[in-house]
Design a protein around this ligand. Structure first.
Ligand SMILES: Nc1ncnc2c1ncn2[C@@H]1O[C@H](COP(=O)(O)OP(=O)(O)OP(=O)(O)O)[C@@H](O)[C@H]1O
Ligand SMILES: [Mg+2]
Length: 351
């Protein structure tokens, strides 16, 4: 992941206006900008087939000023290669990879009508509310299923080729309007590690989601490093704040290295002890003390959910996405609270 200086994103993100309406590779019509990340712009696009066939897709197009950078291009190609090998309902699928007439590379991805987990969390935070823990656990299970499939990836001959995400962040967890959770941006971080990025305006890492062992030179990712990233994400969604935060990336790294995690129970006394323990286990400093696999963490979270009568169905999650979207558009004055059940008057204020 990359952090870019805010003005860089603004400055270079603006070029999307010139691209709207354009057809990439003669068939992907760019309709609207869906988001801008550190290295690419994501568009909603329509692909045109024979006899009026149309289909909505997402186009992830490398930012213009980075297209000339070989390291960036190779990282983008790497993302395409790695993601294309993965096929799972909780992983945003990649359909195609191309180059437009300006030489910029783009990925064609499954379009997910979604908000990100960061948006979802902020919809509660802005109203001073607690995110409903059963839904947070259910989202965690879906992300873990995606990670499990990637960690257990095999090639056509059945040889194990594990894929590690290395960049499990709230922005890379998409929550669809139908309540389906998808993890995106597989392979990106790995590719970025290989690329020697020297441009001064680009700071490497959304470092605050890295596992501490990955800070050591020559370290390799593992199922446990992805589990640590998810542990941070779940801790933050429940706590309503960032876990490892500091004024500079270097200070964040120092905090990550220590991996000192404030007890979630102190911030969320409403959650079951077992959920607190499962998330803290994911956040153990020593990878050997973490969950053995994504699957075993799925089992731990599923056992916790069995103890609550609250529904965590896709339908319930979809309702929270609709309400979060209303809040995103209406600002802080919305009069409903988002709960696992119904839209109800605001009652669940944080202490
Ligand atoms: N397949 C998709 N369907 C719909 N929207 C998407 C899809 N993929 C990404 N988006 C939207 O586009 C935004 C930007 O995605 P992108 O991955 O480029 O940036 P990021 O994750 O915020 O940062 P980074 O560049 O560091 O990965 C996402 O936050 C999401 O809102
Ligand atoms: Mg992303």
């Amino acid at each position: 992941m990359l952090l870019t200086l805010g003005n860089l994103v603004t400055e270079h993100g603006n070029n999307h206006r010139a691209l709207l309406g354009r057809h990439l590779a003669g068939k992907y019509e760019l309709v609207e900008l869906a988001g801008v990340g550190g290295m690419a712009e994501v568009f909603r696009a329509v692909t045109h087939g024979a006899a009026g066939f149309r289909r909505t897709v997402a186009i992830k197009r490398i930012l213009d000023h980075l297209s000339a950078n070989e390291d960036f291009v190779s990282m983008f190609v790497e993302e395409a290669r790695v993601t294309a090998a993965l096929s799972h309902p909780n992983i945003a699928a990649i359909h195609d990879f191309g180059q437009d007439r300006d030489g910029a590379y783009f990925l064609v991805l499954e379009w997910v009508d979604c908000i990100t987990l960061l948006d979802w969390r902020q919809a509660y935070d802005r109203h001073g509310e607690l995110s409903p823990w059963p839904l947070v656990a259910a989202i965690g299970i879906e992300v873990l299923k995606a990670l499990g499939a990637a960690h257990e990836n095999t090639d056509a001959d059945g040889f194990r080729i594990p894929v590690f995400h290395r960049d499990v962040t709230p922005q890379n967890v998409l929550i669809g309007s139908h309540g389906v959770v998808k993890l995106t941006d597989f392979g990106l971080a790995r590719a970025m590690d290989r690329a020697r990025i020297t441009q001064p305006e680009i700071v490497k890492g959304k470092v605050s989601y890295l596992a501490p062992e990955l800070l050591k030179p020559g370290s390799e990712p593992s199922p446990q490093s992805d589990i640590f990233g998810l542990g941070i994400v779940l801790w933050e969604v429940l706590a309503g704040r960032k876990l490892f935060e500091a004024p500079s990336p270097v200070e964040v790294l120092l905090k990550l290295r220590e991996a000192r995690v404030p007890p979630l129970m102190d911030l969320r006394p409403d959650i079951p002890r077992a959920l607190h323990d499962a998330i803290h286990k994911a956040l153990a400093k020593d990878p050997a003390d973490r969950h053995r696999s994504a699957r075993s963490m799925v089992r731990a979270l599923a056992n916790i959910l069995r103890m609550t009568p609250e529904s965590t169905s896709a339908e319930v999650l979809a309702r929270t996405v609709r309400l979060a979207r209303e809040r995103m558009h209406e600002g802080p004055s919305a009069e409903v609270a988002i709960t696992g059940e119904e839209a109800v008057p605001l009652t669940r204020k944080k202490a």
